[in-house]
Design a protein around this ligand. Structure first.
Ligand SMILES: *Cc1c(COP(=O)(O)O)cnc(C)c1O
Length: 386
């Protein structure tokens, strides 16, 4: 199989697994214990915390461990707005792990404003400026979109929020580890990270909470994580997450170049080989590993099934959309017509992919797109050369 769904998840790196194993076996202690098993576990958790902080230019005490990107987003939104009637500004292209908490906050009486995006998937800074009022308590805008890879002007957004003294959260799950990020330089207050998108284990992530920012805990109990997230720490996963962050930091430039090279070749070859295809997202401000296409006259879900049969793992975009069968809210917000949304395909390259795999993918893609178009109801409309 050729795996081209690295935005959905990535394989755990060997070095990550090696570092985790002792904490599932002999070093199994509970960090809250006073004896040496406990101290060993605490030491491992704190070493990992420093590695996560180092990757994003934070202090270790600004890192809160969670169960992943979803919980980090929930903690940021509910934690910042609990007991605060303030309104919230977000974008119309966020991950469901932001949009669903927003719905709940709306049902609890909070006003939520969903900023529109342009056809590249970029939030309009002027619209943000005019949306902020005295009532705004939090702005949450994703760093990079999981479907089309568009990177938002996060530094500018953070500046605007600072000027208005409004808290700013960013869901940086897709961006961290792929592009250089320094929370101090950016001026963000809260930032979500997930381990399994950067070759760490699933079920662990972090919320960066700038020193001085107060949020309320979602999970109450034994008072771990400074009382912000009770429950015995997932030590092995935290250790693996730390190692994944360390590797991402050490290899950031080389990985960026590697991914971008594969992705650019993929886009170039698809454009050269297949007709009636558009490349979606921003031309320049995009993640190095994301390629997002629309093949006119083709149904994306059919395409994915055909690709799977031919040994290629791909996606229409959001992992959640497949189960609910709903049209992509991201592409709809970018102004895509139903037909364009239907024909979309997301290919996200990863560190385990090779040039040969990209070549093979383009060959297979050309074949299956042609097969699907030969039976497409749009065949005569577009005059596909079948
Ligand atoms: C994957 C993803 C999440 C969810 O992270 P989990 O660790 O899987 O809960 C949130 N936001 C974005 C943008 C993502 O890509």
């Amino acid at each position: 199989m050729i795996y081209l769904d690295n935005a959905a998840s990535t394989p755990v790196a060997d070095q990550v697994l090696q570092e985790m194993l002792p904490y599932m076996k002999e070093n199994f202690g509970n960090p809250s214990s006073i004896h040496r098993f406990g101290r060993l576990a605490t030491k491992a958790v704190e070493a990992a915390r420093k590695k996560i902080a180092d990757l994003i230019g934070a202090q270790p005490d600004e890192i809160l461990f969670t169960s992943g990107g979803t919980e980090s987003n929930n903690t940021a939104l509910f934690g910042a707005l609990e007991k605060n009637p303030a309104s919230l500004i977000t974008s119309s292209i966020e991950h469901d792990a932001i949009l669903e908490p927003c719905k709940k906050l709306e049902s609890q009486g909070h006003k939520v404003i969903y900023l529109p995006v342009d056809s590249s998937g970029t939030v309009d800074i002027e619209k943000l400026k005019s949306a902020i009022t005295d009532e705004t308590g939090l702005v949450s805008i994703m760093y990079a979109n999981n479907e089309v890879g568009t990177i938002q002007p996060i530094s500018e957004i953070a500046q605007i929020c600072k000027q208005h003294q409004v808290l700013f959260h960013t869901d940086a799950v897709q961006a961290v580890g792929k592009i250089p990020i320094n929370v101090r330089d950016l001026g963000v207050d809260l930032m979500s990270i997930s381990s399994h998108k950067i070759h760490g284990p699933k079920g662990v992530g972090a919320l960066y909470i700038r020193n001085g920012v107060q949020i309320a805990p979602l999970v109450l109990g034994g008072g771990q994580e400074n009382g912000l997230r009770s429950g015995t720490e997932n030590v092995a996963n935290i250790v693996g997450f730390g190692k994944a962050c360390q590797l991402a930091k050490e290899n950031l430039d080389a990985n960026f170049a590697y991914l971008k090279n594969l992705r650019d070749a993929l886009i170039q070859n698809v454009s050269d080989e297949i007709s009636h295809v558009s490349i979606n997202g921003h031309g320049k401000n995009r993640l190095p590993n994301n390629a997002h296409f629309t093949f006119l006259g083709v149904n994306g879900e059919d395409l994915i099934i055909k690709l799977d049969e031919n040994g290629i793992a791909a996606s229409t975009g959001s992992a959640c959309s497949v189960k609910t069968q709903k049209a992509s809210h991201v592409l709809a917000a970018m102004g895509f017509a139903h037909e364009q949304i239907a024909g979309s395909l997301r290919l996200t390259v990863g560190l385990t992919n090779t040039t040969e795999e990209i070549d093979k993918t383009v060959t297979v893609l050309k074949k299956v797109v042609s097969e699907l178009r030969s039976v497409s109801p749009f065949k005569s409309k577009y005059g596909f050369a079948n």
